[in-house]
Design a protein around this ligand. Structure first.
Ligand code: HXC
Length: 257
């Protein structure tokens, strides 16, 4: 990526939940490509180690695999401790670990709803609580991976819509409480992102969702990574408590039934 200075994040450390794959892997790789070191967090220890090795190899920066389930506060605290032991600081946090599956609310079990709320919302709370002292020290920034699903009533997404609406709200509170200490908090709300495992699992067959997207295409992981770089860069130093839909304008589109 040559839009940004190659050493933009030199000396900085990223802590990224959900960094093993998908959008958060791309964000991590892009930020490491601009000089950051990183710790990635996820449940699958073996997969995480493989991803960390791949990221280091691709960028020449250090990447630490810190396995943890974000639902477990103590495990997240352990991941943060390992990151501080390795790098001595945390500047940027991406709260990106998320669960999702398609199910109408009529068929959604209590445990299914609770599971997604615990991963997406409680997991974000755990991550924020564990990292905040370090972000206060570095005057760092949070980036939460939100959604546009809850801007309207998206069928089969009650659990994710409710959980992520909470994440958007949490981010705004962090922004106003921690702004005076120099900590920023923002949300990127990805639209339809085509090159992810989530897309493969969640898209509905025989339906062309790119139809009508104002910018004329489905998004890519790199679209999200570039927005993340902007949010963490000094170019966004006066931006906090906001949410940026990165969706080609899709959430503004009225689709007739
Ligand atoms: C109905 C389901 C289900 C499904 C799980 N459950 N999958 N219910 N349909 N397809 C229910 C289970 O039956 C169970 O309830 C409860 O959820 C917990 O399931 P477990 O498998 O025991 O939980 P766990 O092992 O903790 O993992 C669940 C999970 C996983 C993490 C939520 O299923 C998952 O989603 N993995 C994919 C992660 C992912 O793709 N993340 C990216 C999201 S992208 P019962 O009642 O049976 O005990 C994104 C962007 C949105 O969110 C964009 C949308 C277009």
């Amino acid at each position: 990526m040559d839009t940004f200075r190659q050493d933009l994040f030199r000396g900085k450390v990223l802590f990224c939940t959900g960094g093993r794959s998908g959008i958060c892997y791309e964000i991590t790789q892009t930020m490491m490509g601009l000089g950051a070191d990183a710790a990635i967090v996820g449940r699958d220890a073996k997969g995480l180690e493989e991803s960390a090795n791949k990221l280091s190899k691709a960028t020449g920066r250090k990447c630490l695999a810190t396995p943890a389930d974000v639902r477990d506060a103590k495990a997240v605290q352990g991941a943060v401790k390992a990151t501080i032991e390795k790098f001595g600081r945390i500047d940027f946090v991406v709260c990106g670990a998320a669960g999702n599956f398609l199910v109408p609310i009529s068929g959604m079990s209590e445990n299914a709803f609770k599971t997604v709320v615990e991963i997406d919302l409680l997991g974000t709370y755990h991550t924020v609580k564990a990292t905040l002292p370090h972000l206060r020290e570095s005057k760092g920034a949070y980036l939460h991976i939100g959604v546009t699903l809850h801007y309207r009533g998206t069928p089969w997404q009650a659990h994710v819509s409710a959980a992520k609406a909470g994440v958007h709200a949490l981010s705004r509170v962090i922004a106003v409480e921690e702004g005076p200490r120099g900590v920023r908090s923002n949300v990127i709300a990805p639209g339809l992102i085509g090159d992810t495992g989530g897309w493969d699992r969640l898209s509905v067959k025989d339906y062309d969702p790119s139809k009508g997207v104002p910018l004329g295409r489905i998004g890519t992981k790199m679209d999200i990574a570039q927005a993340a770089v902007f949010i963490f860069s000094p170019a966004a130093e006066y931006i906090t408590g906001t949410e940026i839909p990165v969706d080609g304008g899709d959430h503004h589109l009225y689709r007739s039934p």
